[in-house]
Ligand binder design. Structure first.
Ligand code: NAX
Length: 327
């Protein structure tokens, strides 16, 4: 059988962690033939470490045949040792009265330290997914703090936005969500993201032609996808967790195992594609194969799309400028 791979997960005792770890351990992320060792990180706080112990007891009690080991850590230098995959879920949430700049600064501290730790001890080919918000900027910070690792291996999660958009389009067109192809979400994981179905098909038919309603696109579809996280908080009293964990699994699985030619959305550092300045971690359409992603190039950007892309890019550059002095 295959040699186990190491998967680090931060924020492992949080609610996304609780929806994520069991699926990684059951083989849904890296394949049903791939043993994994989970290297879990939580803050040193006693309550968090105790909660982590409880999660580990439950992982043990699942008796997953693919789970070759579980470790609990409070130091990223230990949690990231030799890790092949790192899912950075833990982040500082916005507290009452906290300004945006404070939030950025608190997270800059976390992701600078974690980027440095990855740089020091992780596998030289570690694949990093940042889920913790602000996800794109946190991925940018970690990437900048890990100069010895390939920048392209630092990615941010836009897949939840992608999946949310797919589900809205399936409902609108009365087709199965699994039949939707060539959808993408540009930009920042925030309400400014631009879910773009101009190239998308369902059962091979153009969704743009089927919908044929630009007012619905601008006034219903985009706000529904953009505010979906808030709608879930309003309904559930808690932020999305199972769907976020599912998107993290989708992102990593497709990156590791390939998308079979299908488009998926990943937040990845730009090389200048579509006029996005190099280094900005931006949601792009990508295809994946052989453990690598490739940005889909050559798509036409119309005036409406350019305007949307400019808005989400400006927001990201604002975040980036807000942390520059801390890097
Ligand atoms: P929880 O508050 O339930 O869990 C977060 C956990 O992270 C806590 O147990 C906390 O102790 C831990 N933590 C905090 N700082 C840490 C650090 N420096 N090292 C290790 N662990 C640390 O939040 P949860 O609902 O699980 O959400 C986690 C993050 O995902 C949040 O930042 C959230 O905003 C973000 N999300 C991102 C999404 C995306 O699409 N990119 C969607 C879902 C989610 O909102």
């Amino acid at each position: 059988s295959k040699t186990p791979v190491r998967v680090a997960v931060t924020g492992a005792a949080g609610q996304i962690g609780y929806a994520l770890l069991f699926r990684i351990a059951s083989g849904e992320m890296l394949g049903k033939d791939q043993p994994v060792i989970l290297q879990l990180l939580e803050i040193p706080d006693e309550k968090a470490q105790n909660a982590l112990k409880g999660v580990i007891m439950e992982l043990e009690d699942c008796a997953f045949p693919l789970l070759a080991g579980v470790e609990a850590h409070s130091d990223p230098l230990q949690a990231f040792k030799d890790t092949d995959y790192a899912l950075l879920v833990g982040a500082r949430p916005r507290g009452p009265g906290m300004e945006r700049a404070d939030l950025l600064a608190a997270n800059a501290q976390i992701f600078t330290a974690q980027g440095k730790a990855l740089n020091a001890v992780a596998s030289r080919n570690v694949k990093v997914l940042v889920v913790g918000n602000p996800a794109n900027t946190n991925a940018y910070i970690a990437m900048k703090s890990a100069p010895d690792l390939p920048a392209k291996n630092f990615t941010a999660m836009l897949r939840l936005d992608h999946n949310r958009a797919a589900s809205q389009l399936a409902a609108k067109t009365g087709t199965a969500v699994g039949d939707i192809k060539k959808l993408t979400v540009w930009g920042n994981h925030s309400p400014t993201m631009y879910a773009d179905y101009r190239f998308a098909t369902t059962n091979g038919k153009s969704i743009k032609d089927l919908v044929n309603d630009q007012v619905w696109n601008a006034d219903t579809f985009l706000p529904t996808v953009g505010k979906r996280g808030a709608a879930i908080i309003a309904a559930r009293g808690l932020s999305s967790a199972a769907s976020a964990a599912n998107a993290a699994i989708d992102h990593m699985r497709d990156w590791a195992l390939g998308s079979n030619g299908e488009w998926v959305t990943m937040g990845v550092p730009s090389n200048g594609e579509y006029g996005i300045p190099a280094g900005v971690v931006f949601g792009f359409p990508v295809t994946t194969a052989g453990g690598e992603y490739k940005i889909v190039e050559g798509l036409e950007i119309d005036a409406f799309s350019q305007e949307r892309i400019n808005i989400t890019l400006a927001e990201l550059q604002g975040e980036q400028d807000g942390v520059k002095h801390l890097l």
